[in-house]
Design a protein around this ligand. Structure first.
Ligand code: ADP
Ligand code: MG
Length: 724
């Protein structure tokens, strides 16, 4: 089959009909989740009570209680045809890990029975020595175990009961994404509650909320399979821009093609059955780029759901003849994919801490949290950037598309004005509700609901959007926990500091309003001049200005990771109980190693494709042209009539030579990099190699322009991006 057959086949594919449940969404929503309703139905009273108190208050189940819970779960699971069980965890690789065990056990009479007990529910010991741990699990302590996280509900995927777990070493270090996230969520609650109680003494807990927006590309599977680079690295390493890409801006508003709509529908149904409140689906800016987003939820749960959705997307896309690309930059020259993390805090009494209040006191509380978040983002702007940095996200960072390589915060006109006024006016000035007070004093006012006050500044990596901040720099294939752990922990630290300062003012006899404002003012003055920026985050002037303001402007990803082990970060993470210093050092080793491996694989694929796919195609065309020239000489006695052929031959020769030279250079650089002993040094060397990729890509893409279309072996951008 040549490329044209693949293209024709892809083009002719029709939408596969989707099996739609003959019921309302609300009837099957959560069908495959062991949620509160199922607990009440399948658990005996003691097990139910124990489990609920464990979910609400932390703590652990006794062996007997765990057995009771497992018994009910087993009954429910078997009604759904479940035969296997797995602990489902999030190691420091992309995606989730599972080790399936069949439910069978010997019955003592020569047969087997289905068995699942509390021990199997609560703890497992996967032979997981090959998961990255940055040396924490050196051989002498190689055991890591997975432990059930009862705050994430158990669910069924196909024939398997999946139990969300944390993955930790026997010495207590977290080996995954979930454990630190849970610690950070606890830290932010513990730090926020004492402040909330000054406004509402009944508050017991503060929740962190996450609403992610997942961007992705779809590409036909036949075309995908013919692109080694996409298959192996998730992105195209070569490929000349399509004559048309996204300049018409028509895809964003366009209707969804039927084959894609069928995929989306099936994904939604599967997600809803798993209790994932998928809400929006639409085209994105680039051709064949799309987005889906659920209704936001508690951060730990919402992140699990994102992991699960990425998994579902991969599986369901194949049914529809597509492959999902979650890579941040699958195609050069068109927009990449991100995963906006909409984030907020709220109390267990239902008050959002990042939305305007219902009265002056509520507004004071809002401003308190609003400013403290900004202060945390200011202090840890470099670290927050490091938390979203990766080899794949590097292609977006600072490359004139979201996100810029500088973490600043967008406030919008209203909140900027509010902060400026608060700074100028005496501390006892109340923050009124715009248009509602009737007192028309209106010195500082916040509208109850932001409508168009938060103009859409798409260039800001951290934007206030009325009732939440949108951390837009997170990569599309990332585990949100990386960013969410850092953000929640940084805010927790800031709230601890703030509370300390506030207590001092309060004990000096100041009223709450004045004490709060006296503590907020220096913070406001500082954030306004540093991290707050409402202009164009992509402009060169901003890069210079940001550096002047002392914001981090580093673009080298391996170097960014060094932020994690700087004193301010270590202090923050240890104080909040999220990471030990050893954790941080080990995790950096993992990050550098992952970075290197990704670049190493890309380098190898590039070199091989250049040698095995590109040069042979170019030489075949060269041969054809030389034949024409030779025949021309035979017939006309000269090559005068072959000016075009000669010109193309020149171009082929020049570029083929260049390709060969560059592949040799990359091979040499790889050998040199691999000889470096320390992880950071090697990562830096690989960074150099990544920077040199365009020198190989450019001549290859030039060849694509000159070589006969019929002879070009790889599906082209225009084919991958426009067939759906
Ligand atoms: P847009 O594309 O306009 O930014 P979307 O509706 O696609 O908005 O996504 C916004 C996301 O933000 C959704 O997941 C939504 O549930 C979430 N969200 C809304 N309010 C909050 C909040 N207070 N805290 C966290 N996430 C929120
Ligand atoms: Mg958004």
């Amino acid at each position: 089959m040549d490329r044209f057959d693949l293209v024709r086949e892809s083009f002719e594919k029709k939408a596969v009909p989707v099996e739609v449940p003959g019921a309302k969404t609300s009837d099957y929503f959560g069908e495959l989740v062991f949620d509160r309703k199922k607990m009440e139905k399948y658990l005996d009273a003691d097990s139910l009570r124990a489990l609920l108190s464990c979910i609400e208050g932390g703590g652990a189940l006794s062996r007997k209680e765990a057995d009771g819970v497992a018994k009910g779960m087993k009954e429910w699971a078997m009604e759904h045809g479940v035969t296997h069980v797995t602990h489902w965890f999030q190691p420091l690789t992309e995606g989730t890990a599972e080790k399936h065990d069949s439910l069978i056990d010997y019955d003592g009479k020569g047969g087997v029975i289905e068995s699942f007990d509390g021990k199997a529910l609560v703890q497992q010991e996967p032979d997981a020595s090959s998961f990255p741990s940055g040396g924490i699990r050196a051989t002498f302590e190689a055991r890591g175990y997975t432990a059930w996280d009862p705050t994430s509900p158990v669910f069924i995927l196909d024939d398997t009961l999946c139990i969300p777990t944390v993955f930790v070493s026997y010495t207590g270090e977290a080996l995954d994404y979930k454990m630190p996230l849970k610690r950070a969520l606890k830290a932010v609650s513990d730090a926020a509650v004492p402040i909330c109680r000054l406004f509402d003494p009944t508050v017991d807990k503060v929740y962190s909320y996450l609403g992610w927006e997942q961007e992705y590309f779809l590409v036909d599977e036949a075309l995908y399979a013919a692109r080694t680079d996409l298959m192996i690295t998730g992105r195209t390493l070569f490929g000349h821009n399509s004559s048309r890409n996204q300049q018409l801006d028509d895809h964003y508003f366009g209707s969804i093609p039927p084959r894609v709509a069928a995929f989306m529908r099936e994904l939604e149904i599967a997600g809803h059955k798993l209790g994932i409140p998928l809400k929006t689906r639409h085209n994105e800016v680039a051709p064949n780029q799309f987005e889906l987003a659920p209704i936001f939820g508690e951060t730990n749960l919402s992140n699990d759901q994102n992991q699960l959705v990425m998994n579902l997307m991969n599986r369901i896309a194949r049914k529809h003849g597509f492959v999902v690309l979650l890579h941040e930059k699958p195609f050069d020259g068109v927009n990449g994919s991100g995963k906006h993390n909409n984030w907020s805090l709220g109390t267990d009494k239902g008050t959002s801490l990042l939305a305007p209040g219902k009265d002056e006191k509520g507004n004071l509380q809002f401003v308190t949290f609003f400013v403290n978040v900004l202060a945390a983002v200011q202090k840890h702007n470099a670290l927050l950037k490091a938390s979203i940095a990766s080899a794949t996200n590097a292609h977006r960072l600072g490359a004139n598309e979201a996100p810029p390589a500088i973490v600043s915060a967008f406030l919008g006109r209203t909140m900027t004005n509010v902060l400026r006024k608060l700074l100028e006016l005496p501390s006892d000035t109340p923050i009124e509700i715009a248009g509602k007070t009737g007192r028309s004093l209106g010195l500082v006012e916040i509208p109850e609901i932001f409508l168009d006050n938060t103009d859409r500044n798409r260039t800001s990596p951290f934007a206030f959007t009325g009732n939440r901040f949108e951390f837009r720099a997170v990569g599309s294939c990332a585990n949100c926990a990386g960013a969410m752990t850092t953000l929640n922990a940084a805010v927790a630290e800031q709230l601890l500091d703030f509370k300390k300062a506030l207590d001092k003012e309060l004990s000096a006899g100041k009223c709450l309003q004045v004490a709060v404002m006296d503590c907020l003012k220096p913070l406001i003055a500082s954030v306004i001049d540093t991290v707050c920026f409402d202009g164009n985050g992509y402009s060169d002037e901003w890069k210079a200005e940001a550096a002047r303001r002392g914001l981090d402007v580093e673009t080298n990803v391996p170097k960014m990771f060094c932020e994690f082990t700087k004193k301010a970060s270590v202090d923050m993470f240890t104080r909040t109980g999220v990471y030990t210093e050893r954790d941080l050092a080990a995790r950096n080793e993992v990050k550098w190693e992952t970075y290197e491996k990704k670049i190493q694989i890309e380098s190898r694929v590039m070199v091989r494709m250049a040698i095995n796919h590109i040069i042979p195609a170019a030489l075949e065309y060269k041969d054809k042209l030389l034949g024409e020239v030779a025949r021309s000489k035979e017939i006309y006695g000269s090559t005068d009539r072959c000016k075009a052929e000669m010109k193309i031959l020149d171009e082929i020769d020049t570029n083929v030579t260049e390709v060969l030279e560059k592949t040799d250079e990359i091979k040499l650089a790889l050998a040199k990099a691999d000889a470096i002993a320390d992880e950071f040094g090697r990562a830096m060397a690989y960074h150099e190699i990544a920077e040199s990729f365009p020198t190989l890509r450019t001549p290859v893409d030039k060849l694509e322009e000159v070589v006969d279309n019929k002879l070009w072996p790889l599906p082209k951008y225009r084919e991958m991006l426009f067939i759906s």
